[in-house]
Design a protein around this ligand. Structure first.
Ligand SMILES: Nc1nc2c(ncn2[C@@H]2O[C@H](COP(=O)(O)OP(=O)(O)OP(=O)(O)O)[C@@H](O)[C@H]2O)c(=O)[nH]1
Length: 446
């Protein structure tokens, strides 16, 4: 990824993260409100049944308010009244662990100046609780002063602790005395113990549990996980993209190398083609020049003295005229192939032009070349032309060049010798420097 785009993406993600954290801090609130307008089932408890006292509690729904009257009477040592609200049936209850505090609108009017209120959260705890038995629920309590004006009071949920009387009644071991608020079935509002004798009235307008839809810790963990996941995905995707780019580059280089190789091959082909005769595949004059140049780099001593042998087919025009141009071509190919098979690897056979071939024999003296030419003459003469029913012969002119500077003149001398051979009746070998050849050459000049 380009650095500019990466930076913009990173900045965007940081901004998004900050916005999400702020939303979690200041918003994302979850509120559970409890009022008498809701169809919770309710009842009251007082000291008559459990403690044999004479206190009488009674509750009414007045609009969205619970109104509990409590006639606290002497009898039981600690007279009390309680309003019980069934939040959800046992054993599920309501999970209150995500809530941080309660906001309550409760008033307590009674015989004393300051009337405290107790709140109880009763949790279904499988080790102690039995289905249907209210008394077996684990009781968490908090006491607070609601004030007189009926303003809301906030109570931190951490202030709730397991009631000491519940711990002693159930003989609870130390590791079970901690709060458990994951299955709260019943919420109670009471006078607390030791309510002064007289008429009490507890009005519950509203109770709210406040928390976060997602707790801060969970949310931060989720943000952290999202970042880690993002980083891992980014690194993985980036590595894959880099691998893809590398592969593409490698493939590009490979095809470039292939194209280059093919082009070089072609260049070589063209160069070779330019130096070869397409009909016989022998070197042409240009090819001969290149080849000699290459060989001369190893030193003239590896080439000279060199014999030059002209091979000129006899009456070739007649073959063309009688049998057609294609037959003429076939004859040229066959002669080239036959002579090619007869000579040494170090010899150079070229198509000089038309029906004329020039054979160069390095490190060969004229008398040796004469013998070679004679052999070639006989071979050509005895080629079996099968269906063509031809009798093809060639005339040979041999000359010797002593060094590179003499090469061109040597070729001329061989040419002159072949001319002599033609004049002397064809199908024969003439060597420049012999009397016949020299006389013939003289005559051709005249
Ligand atoms: N089929 C064919 N004919 C060619 C080719 N190159 C040259 N020729 C023919 O070769 C013939 C050469 O004729 P001439 O120069 O009169 O020589 P010749 O008929 O062999 O007579 P001598 O050399 O005097 O024996 C010409 O008719 C050319 O057209 C070729 O590549 N293919």
């Amino acid at each position: 990824m380009q650095p500019g785009r990466f930076n913009r993406l990173l900045l965007g993600l940081v901004a998004l993260t900050l916005a999400a954290l702020a939303w979690n801090e200041f918003g994302m609130n979850s509120v559970l409100a409890i009022t008498a307008a809701q169809p919770y089932s309710i009842w009251t408890d007082d000291d008559r049944r459990e403690a044999g006292g004479r206190t009488v509690a009674h509750v009414d729904r007045v609009g969205s308010t619970f109104v509990m009257t409590c006639d606290a009477k002497p009898g039981y040592e600690y007279p009390y009244c309680e309003l019980a609200i069934a939040l959800r049936a046992m054993p599920d209850g309501i999970d209150l662990t995500g809530y941080r505090f309660l906001r309550v609108w409760i008033r307590h009017e009674g015989p004393a100046m300051q009337q405290s209120v107790r709140l109880y959260l009763c949790n279904f705890t499988p080790s102690y609780s039995k289905l249907g038995d209210q008394q077996s629920l684990k009781v968490h309590e908090v006491a607070f002063d609601p004030g007189r004006a009926g303003e809301p009071v906030d109570i931190d949920i951490a202030k709730f602790s397991v009631a000491s009387w519940w711990i002693s009644e159930h003989n609870v071991p130390m590791d079970h005395v901690g709060t458990e608020l994951d299955k709260v079935s019943v919420l109670r509002v009471g006078t607390g113990n030791n309510a002064p004798v007289g008429l009490h009235k507890i009005t519950v307008d509203r109770i709210e549990f406040h928390g976060k839809l997602v707790s801060k810790a969970t949310f931060r963990l989720a943000v952290l996980m999202a970042w880690m996941l993002g980083i891992i995905s980014f690194v993985t995707l980036d590595a894959a993209a880099t691998r893809r780019r590398l592969k593409a580059a490698e493939q590009g280089q490979l095809s470039l190398r292939r194209i280059n190789a093919a082009l070089q091959l072609k260049t070589r082909d063209y160069a070779e083609q330019a130096g070869r005769d397409p009909l016989t595949s022998l070197l042409n004059r240009r090819g001969l020049g290149d080849d000699l140049l290459k060989r001369s780099k190893e030193g003239e001593a590896r080439l000279f003295p060199m014999s030059l042998v002209f091979v000129d087919l006899d009456h070739f025009k007649n073959i063309n005229d009688t049998h057609g141009h294609a037959a003429g071509d076939a004859v040229l190919r066959k002669v080239a192939q036959t002579v090619g098979l007869q000579i040494q690897r170090s010899d150079l056979l070229t198509r000089w032009g038309g029906e004329e071939f020039l054979l160069l024999c390095p490190l060969t003296r004229a008398h040796e070349a004469q013998a070679i030419a004679e052999r070639l003459r006989r071979v050509i003469e005895s080629i079996d032309w099968e269906a063509l029913a031809l009798h093809v012969t060639a005339s040979f002119g041999v000359a010797e060049a002593m060094n590179a500077a003499d090469l061109s003149a040597g070729i001329d001398r061989a040419d002159a010798a072949v001319y002599v051979a033609k004049r002397s009746g064809r199908n024969r070998v003439e060597v420049h420097g012999t009397k016949a050849a020299d006389d013939g050459a003289q005559a051709s000049v005249e």
